[in-house]
Design a protein around this ligand. Structure first.
Ligand SMILES: *Cc1c(COP(=O)(O)O)cnc(C)c1O
Length: 353
């Protein structure tokens, strides 16, 4: 594939690595390509990072035709740069595209785009452990008409944000509120797709939780409001009486790559991991009997995020004495070890650039 490159005339200075937050600063360039029905993808280009201009009737602005991905480029101790299971993100983005009637991108093409762009922006990949260059590919519908139908025009973009360590102040367990009114999505809906609309619909519950002093919500299923689904925008896992349980992918849960990796790491260590339905009653009774040993969220941003307190109704339950548990810590050490190239990757997950 031919990618036309226009270099910025005003290269920026790198920010100090300990001042990087998440998603606030961007690299000097962005990747863009356009799509038209009948013509396919065209005009692949790397251009200076800049605002984009959209027709006021553009589909994305009215009907929310948008999907995205999130992955990181990691700096290894030897100075090289690597991705973590990028094909998983590429395949998931295509499944999201299929659900939202947006055009898919061939796997080899998308991999080439990621590789070429990260190489081009390599100087922005920070060096300290825990920091990374966060990559955000996204596709949106861009028809210049208010008609409601599958789009005929779309745009794909890739932007990158040098991001700080998620755990600058150490791994502190979070307080979570079980949400029993709003739901994130329903079976048959768009839960398994990474689309902006799911986030828009989740914001209200997150704000409500924040007002009450919790950092996120634990979602229940949208049909019966009975089964545990996810925590905020992360998948969730529990250790109950020795068994590791994570909600089975029913279609309304986002199939996380960190979730999948946690399951594979745990099984390789000999743990029993069950992907099954887990009701809120079962969880509450495990908390009341002291059988809930650990709970954690998992996703690319945090890797794992221990849950130290869970609220249901007007009751707060403390989990594992409010401290990170042994299994959560082990997962964190193994996954970050592989991602930042400090541990041998026996799974074949890293993709060196
Ligand atoms: C992205 C995302 C996750 C985590 O997926 P990873 O591939 O592990 O980053 C979980 N839940 C939701 C809703 C998400 O959008």
């Amino acid at each position: 594939m031919e990618i036309k490159i226009t270099e910025t005339t005003t290269p920026s200075e790198l920010h100090a690595e300990d001042t990087l937050g998440f998603g606030k600063v961007f690299t000097d360039h962005m990747f863009v390509m356009d799509y038209e029905e009948g013509k396919g993808w065209f005009d692949a280009r790397i251009v200076p990072f800049q605002n984009i201009s959209l027709h006021p009737a553009s589909t994305v602005l009215h009907y929310g035709a948008e999907i995205f991905e999130g992955l990181k480029a990691y700096r290894r101790a030897d100075g090289g740069v690597q991705l973590f299971r990028p094909l998983e993100n590429i395949r998931r983005m295509n499944r999201s595209a299929e659900r939202m009637c947006l055009p898919e991108i061939e796997e080899s093409v998308m991999l080439e785009i990621l590789e070429t762009f990260v190489r081009h922006e390599e100087r922005f990949v920070p060096k300290s452990f825990g920091t990374s260059l966060y990559l955000r590919p996204f596709t949106f519908g861009n028809d210049e008409s208010l008609g409601v139908h599958a789009v005929k025009r779309a745009t794909f973009m890739l932007i990158a944000s040098p991001s700080g360590s998620y755990y600058k102040e150490g791994i502190n367990p979070v307080s979570i509120m079980i949400e029993s009114e709003d739901v994130r999505t329903v079976r048959g809906g768009t839960g398994y797709a990474k689309c902006g609309g799911n986030y828009a619909a989740s914001t209200r519950a997150g704000e409500k939780a924040a007002k009450k002093g919790y950092s996120q919500v634990l979602w229940l299923d949208g049909v019966e409001r009975k089964y545990i689904e996810e925590v905020g925008a992360m998948n969730v896992m529990f250790k109950i009486d020795g068994e590791i349980v994570t909600p089975v992918l029913t279609g309304s849960i986002l199939p996380g790559i960190t979730r999948k990796s946690c399951i594979e790491v745990l099984r390789s260590l000999g743990y029993t991991v069950n992907e099954r339905l887990l009701s809120v009653e079962e969880l509450v009774s495990a908390m009341e009997s002291g059988k809930l040993e650990e709970a954690w969220g998992c996703g690319t941003a945090a890797v794992v995020s221990p849950i130290g307190k869970l609220a249901y109704g007007d009751k707060d339950y403390v989990i594992g004495g409010g401290k990170i548990g042994a299994v959560t810590q082990k997962l964190y050490d193994i996954l970050t070890g592989i991602q930042w190239g400090k541990k041998e990757d026996t799974f074949g997950w890293v993709y060196k650039l």
